[in-house]
Write a protein that binds this ligand. Structure first.
Ligand SMILES: C[S@@+](CC[C@H](N)C(=O)[O-])C[C@H]1O[C@@H](n2cnc3c(N)ncnc32)[C@H](O)[C@@H]1O
Length: 379
């Protein structure tokens, strides 16, 4: 008798789901503001975690489970980096490719593959940044997926992960389970059910609180997904640990900049069942923790160089008299860049020694550093 591999069955069901409901499906002509891609810029992230200036030759980004959109903003943030966009769904890749090409970005290779097959598909390729946003909770053998991600990271490299929190996702999961019991399997039936629900109903609140539920692809992702597992914080941390990865920075809404403090805050919110965001974090290889610690120590003791995030640098000349406020991407409200801020930031078009900064301006510089509009390196 032939044995059916449950992982393969789930993998096929997930693929079929995304071939049917391309995710996300933003209008092809919709563009992102360059300044809003600042937190995807590889040079700036590398400086944040390693304190090193990164020379872009041969640098590489992997979008592991890229979906139908993310290659475009990643290419905007990194026009000179070779980007590999990998996804199990042909339809998602097609959509992402159209979007990226339509906006004249051609530095992305598109590969149709399961993340689990990367040893064959990518061979010896290694990456400086892997973005795995909203993907791992759709993969049943998550531990081996994380170990694979670890094996694809260069020394000093990092991965960004977005993964469902059991606590935050509970209302959606309950509604999705109810759909399964009621044998609801298409978005029209979900909309019909929504029309009948009364104010205050939990399903109605789930739909009303999600921007994505306005679209078929969003409704399907919320309520019709064939495999969407959620994780409590401790399980996520244990999985990362097993894959030799450690959190470097949490970036979901309201996250604290100190990792230990954020873990304590998340634990407290989970215990009181008040956690309402999924987990978004950057993680690095535990093998690199020594070099990262050294940078954190050096940064306090030694003089450093401050320069502009290249994305912000390109955005400054636009509308020079209007203030600019890049959308918040690191979990906190961004400072706006008004005329004074613009003047201050433009001083860093060429790297400046921290010791040369006017002490009156240091607090603003620190704010811009925290927001990643400015970047700090050892030399
Ligand atoms: C919710 S979407 C997220 C897309 C994108 N990362 C984003 O944040 O917009 C999940 C994506 O992961 C892809 N995916 C799911 N399982 C995968 C696997 N085992 N290997 C590669 N891609 C996978 C899906 O096809 C889909 O495009």
């Amino acid at each position: 008798m032939t044995q059916i591999n449950p992982f393969l069955t789930i993998r096929q069901a997930v693929k079929t789901h995304y071939e049917t409901y391309v995710y996300p499906q933003f209008p092809l002509l919709s563009s992102v503001r360059k300044c809003d891609t600042y937190a995807l810029n590889l040079e700036s992230l590398w400086a944040r975690f390693n304190g090193e200036k990164l020379y872009l030759e041969d640098k590489r980004i992997l979008l592991a489970g890229c979906g139908g959109f993310s290659p475009y903003p990643t290419a905007v943030a990194n026009p000179n980096v070779k980007i590999t966009a990998l996804d199990i769904s042909k339809a998602n890749l097609q959509r992402a490719k159209f979007h990226t090409w339509l906006h004249f970005y051609f530095n992305v290779d598109f590969i149709e593959s399961d993340l689990g097959d990367t040893p064959t598909v990518l061979g010896d390729d290694r990456f400086d940044f892997i973005d795995c946003h909203g993907v791992l909770h759709h993969i049943p053998n998550i531990c081996s997926a994380l170990k694979l991600i670890h094996s694809l990271l260069q020394e000093g490299a990092f991965v960004r992960i977005m993964i469902y929190s059991s606590c935050a996702r509970k209302p959606v999961q309950s509604a999705a389970n109810a759909m399964k019991i009621m044998k609801i399997s298409d978005v029209n039936a979900i909309r019909a059910l929504y029309k009948k629900t009364r104010e205050g109903n939990r399903f109605k609140s789930c739909v009303d609180s999600s921007y994505e539920s306005r679209f078929d692809w969003g409704l399907a992702d919320l309520f019709l997904h064939p495999y969407a597992k959620t994780y409590p914080l401790n399980e996520l941390l244990a999985l990362l640990n097993e894959a030799h990865l450690e959190p470097l920075l949490f970036t979901h809404q309201g996250a604290l900049s100190d990792v230990k403090a954020e873990i304590a805050r998340l634990r407290m919110l989970e215990t009181s069942r008040r956690l309402s965001t999924n987990f978004i974090l950057f993680a690095g290889r535990t093998e690199d923790s020594g070099r990262r610690r050294k940078w954190q120590e050096e940064k306090i003791k030694n003089d450093t160089l401050i320069s502009l995030n290249p994305v912000i640098k390109k955005s400054l000349p636009l509308l020079p008299f209007l203030s600019l406020k890049p959308s918040s991407k690191l979990g906190f409200e961004n400072p706006s860049i008004d005329a004074k801020g613009r003047f201050l930031l433009s001083k860093f078009k060429k790297p400046l020694r921290k010791s040369a900064i006017d002490p009156v301006q240091l607090a603003t510089v620190e704010k811009y550093l925290q927001a990643l509009f400015l970047i700090e390196t050892a030399s």
